[in-house]
Design a protein around this ligand. Structure first.
Ligand code: NAP
Length: 301
């Protein structure tokens, strides 16, 4: 019987994903006897496929669109990040545990990937300055979780659908209180204050004023999507600008930001770093993100 460890990416569609190339690079680099393949799985088949793969001895899978939220209701347990972000992008399969076909443990590594990419790009949290985040979808949830973990006190969340930004702002402003058992209401209010998320509608770009960091967490500016038309006039010149869109690598937002003197961080590093905890859980090695890896992934696009 083969002792090769098997892992996969499940999505629908999944052909254009860079994850097999990424995990394949690390498997080869570290001489690990393992495989990582992309499997096209229809949304209705997710639960059945996960149980089947666990039974077949897979060590785990990653999930991409459209499975990340659906998986919340399928996994047997999940970590804190998956719970608060409301999405699962990694499932560890502990076959044989609890007398099941395979205990499915959901995790979310997107916040880790986002934070590592920022740090690698030279960003240092300035808690006293607001941070502007564009978008209130799944990726924005991971971005906000990461920023709050890094110490962000005030996030300005700007989204086309204001109600979505408001719901998220309320959830994440309260969430921080839940993490901290305050001894009295006065202190609880102070903590709520320390981690405020304010909601703004699209066009309310006055929210960029004084920001120390601007994050695009919408899909705008991505190849095949409409452009991201955000005026940068009010953004301080010393602010960092990062885009989680990585196709193209230098988005129009990053180009414009660079031209006016802002420091920029592209979105590819988030993809590379979010894969690290998954690779380690699957194959037992915390892999490195290097220039060669970046070049290898960019060649594969
Ligand atoms: P999502 O849940 O569908 O959210 C999309 C966001 O974009 C929403 O805030 C949406 O606003 C906004 N948006 C879409 N079209 C718009 C328009 N015409 N005008 C204004 N706003 C618009 O998607 P997601 O999962 O958050 O992903 C967002 C992007 O991040 C995708 O491009 C994805 O590829 C990328 N991503 C990158 C990484 C990485 O590792 N670098 C990781 C995850 C995601 P409404 O709420 O108003 O619809």
């Amino acid at each position: 019987m083969s002792t090769a460890k098997k892992a996969a990416l499940l999505g629908w569609p999944v052909e254009h994903s860079l994850s097999p190339r990424l995990h394949g690079y690390w498997l080869k680099q570290y001489g690990i006897n393992g495989s990582y393949q992309a499997l096209a799985v229809k949304p209705d088949d997710l639960a059945e496929t996960l149980r089947k793969l666990a039974k077949e001895g897979y060590v785990g899978v990653n999930l991409t669109v459209p499975h990340k939220e659906h998986a919340l209701s399928i996994v047997d347990r999940m970590d804190e990040n998956a719970k608060r972000i409301g999405a699962v992008n990694t499932i560890i399969m502990n076959a044989g545990l609890m007398n099941t076909d395979g205990d499915l443990e959901g995790r979310n590594t997107d916040a880790f990937g986002f934070a590592q990419n920022l740090l690698e790009g030279g960003y240092k949290m300035e808690a006293e300055r607001p941070i502007a985040v564009l978008g209130a979808g799944g990726a924005a949830r991971a971005v906000i979780a990461a920023l709050q973990d890094m110490g962000a006190r005030e996030i300005h969340l700007i989204n086309r659908t204001l109600e979505k930004a408001e719901a998220l702002a309320q959830e994440f402003s309260v969430m921080e209180q839940a993490h901290f058992i305050a001894p009295n209401e006065k202190m609880a209010e102070a903590v709520r204050h320390m981690h405020r998320v304010h909601a703004y509608g699209w066009g309310d770009f006055g929210a960029l004023e004084n920001a120390g960091l601007l994050v695009n967490a919408t899909s705008l500016g991505m190849k095949g999507q409409p452009p991201l038309d955000v005026p940068l006039d009010l953004l301080p010149k010393d602010a960092f600008v990062t885009d989680i869109v990585y196709a193209p690598l230098e988005t129009d937002l990053l180009k414009r930001a660079k031209q006016r003197g802002n420091r920029t961080i592209d979105g590819l590093g988030m993809l590379l770093h979010q894969a690290r905890p998954a690779f380690e859980a699957f194959f037992g090695k915390d892999p490195e993100v290097t220039h060669d890896l970046r070049a290898h992934i960019l060649d594969g696009r």
